[in-house]
Design a protein around this ligand. Structure first.
Ligand code: ADP
Length: 483
């Protein structure tokens, strides 16, 4: 199959969260399975300065947007052997961040990503690669299926191409004022409840859901949850309408990329068979961060975007308890100003057992995964969650709220499972979260039993092997709809 991935972030080129992990690793797994996969993304400042080999030859790109034509360039790099096309437009993408600053989104995001999506549609016709599948991700690329179906509906070039749309996070929908229609070059007919209109505004994700041949999200539980009013973020009705074409496919992680046996960023490589290497990572991190050096004090890690979704209000309420308990807590996060301020003012209180880092730091992240005994994800909701999968791979036992993909990947002895790999809690309350932490701390006291749990976590298989096959099956179902 010929598959084109259209994404606003792809690891290692540009990453703000799990989306980039997925768009950087699923294409590789599909490539290994014999498919012809290519990727297209914007050429951000961080891609230009990131030390990647970007081919010099540039092709001009003319992008019609409504009545006007905007010019960009097309450049190319590779990810392993996969061609990665980069749409260059300095005015839109040469900025310090991908979508906005901690204070808020860039005000011209509608224009930026409309340019990108229309650039993709336009570029396709000039390429000697006619995809069987165009696979788009999240709101930033939702205009690709919408523009193809609304504006190129009869174009034979696209009629045999299946459009696939993946929702990585339903909370970010790309909602803009009605005036944005014009900026995005969309016809007034799109301002219709059957199209992009959404409570008097424009909703790009709605367009993606309605126009793609199949839609999926990133875990079975989240796929169920988003069809309920409570968790549907206002799109549950639209999703229920597409129920027959809606799938839940659990993300995987790249097991070569995330491997404590080979990870060059950590202090010492280790495997499940020789956990002493993990203890060395703990000691080295304690030393590097100025924490007391002790093998017996449990070290808890948390690595997260700082957004309300991630349970930071629960964490905030529990910080005094974490401070008073016999444990160490290392937090790495970046994101919303509100939580940056909250954590930065807590840091000033100088708790000796809590180390807070307000940054996006991929090396420190790996060191925390490797050093931690436990990993915290008290999410309010979680479409899939990769943090817990990486933590399992690195032998850090996850403590998570039972929601979305966390529910599908972390199993608590309390639920009578044969091989528990973590601790879970149900209610979104500080008390329920703290109870789970306490149970983990008690379990940690029996180090033999603890190491058994660490090992069974490290043996869980959340690689792409299985899920890539499910994507192929979904692509086949999508193709049947257009052929
Ligand atoms: P989301 O996509 O909602 O942010 P996921 O758990 O799916 O959450 O994926 C998060 C990814 O981003 C993981 O690879 C995690 O290690 C990484 N990450 C999150 N915050 C940071 C940070 N501050 N520094 C480095 N990596 C981070």
């Amino acid at each position: 199959m010929k598959i084109l991935f259209v994404a606003s972030e792809v690891s290692p080129f540009a990453k703000t969260g799990g989306l980039a992990d997925v768009t950087g690793s699923l294409p590789k797994a599909l490539g290994k399975a014999g498919h012809d996969v290519r990727i297209i993304m914007p050429l951000y400042q961080c891609v230009e300065t990131g030390g990647f080999t970007i081919r010099k030859g540039r092709k001009g790109l003319e992008v019609p947007i409504g009545g006007r034509v905007e010019r960009g360039m097309l450049r190319q790099t590779t990810l392993d052997h996969i061609p990665v096309y980069l749409i260059e437009k300095k005015e839109y993408f040469h900025r310090p961040h991908l979508y906005g600053t901690p204070a808020g989104d860039y005000p011209d995001n509608a224009r930026r990503f409309a340019f990108f999506c229309r650039g993709v549609v336009n570029f396709l016709k000039r390429l000697d690669f006619r995809p069987d599948i165009i696979h788009c991700h999240d709101w930033q690329t939702a205009l690709v299926p919408a523009v193809i179906r609304y504006e190129h509906g009869d174009d034979p070039f696209f009629t045999r191409t299946a459009l696939v749309y993946t929702i990585h996070n339903l909370a970010y929908q790309g909602i803009f004022d009605r005036e944005a229609l014009l900026e995005m070059g969309l016809d007034e007919s799109c301002f219709d409840i059957e199209r992009l209109e959404y409570y008097g505004k424009i909703n790009l994700m709605k367009g993606g859901i309605l126009t793609a041949d199949v839609v999926n999200t990133v875990s079975e539980s989240y796929c169920r949850e988003i069809r309920t009013e409570e968790m549907g973020c206002g799109l549950d009705g639209v999703l229920r309408r597409r129920e027959r074409d809606l799938y839940g496919i659990l993300n995987g992680i790249d097991y070569d990329e995330w491997n404590p046996a080979t990870d060059p960023a950590i202090f010492k490589n280790y495997t499940a068979a020789a956990l002493s290497g993990k203890a060395a990572n703990k000691k080295a991190l304690q030393q590097a961060l100025g924490l007391a050096q002790s093998a017996d004090i449990p070290l808890l890690g948390m690595i997260t975007r700082l957004s309300a979704q991630k349970g930071l209000d629960l964490l905030e309420k529990l910080l005094p308890k974490f401070r008073a308990a016999k444990l160490q807590l290392v937090i790495l996060g970046s994101g919303d100003e509100r939580y940056m301020k909250m954590l930065s003012s807590y840091r000033k209180k100088g708790a000796e057992n809590i180390s807070i880092h307000l940054a996006f730091d991929q090396v420190l992240a790996r060191r925390i995964y490797a050093a931690s005994d436990m990993f915290l994800m008290p999410s309010h909701y979680e479409p899939c969650g990769l943090g817990q999968m990486i933590a399992l791979r690195y032998g850090a036992v996850p403590i998570v709220r039972k929601t979305g993909g966390l529910r599908d990947t972390v199993f608590d002895a309390r639920d009578g499972v044969r091989e528990p790999n973590g601790f879970t809690f149900d209610d979104y309350t500080p008390q329920a979260f703290w109870d789970a932490v306490k149970r983990a701390l008690e379990a940690y006291a029996d180090r033999k039993a603890w190491d058994r749990m660490v090992r069974s976590g490290m043996k869980c298989d959340y690689s792409w092997e299985h899920s890539a096959g499910e994507y192929v099956a979904m692509y086949e179902r999508a193709l049947k709809k257009v052929r």
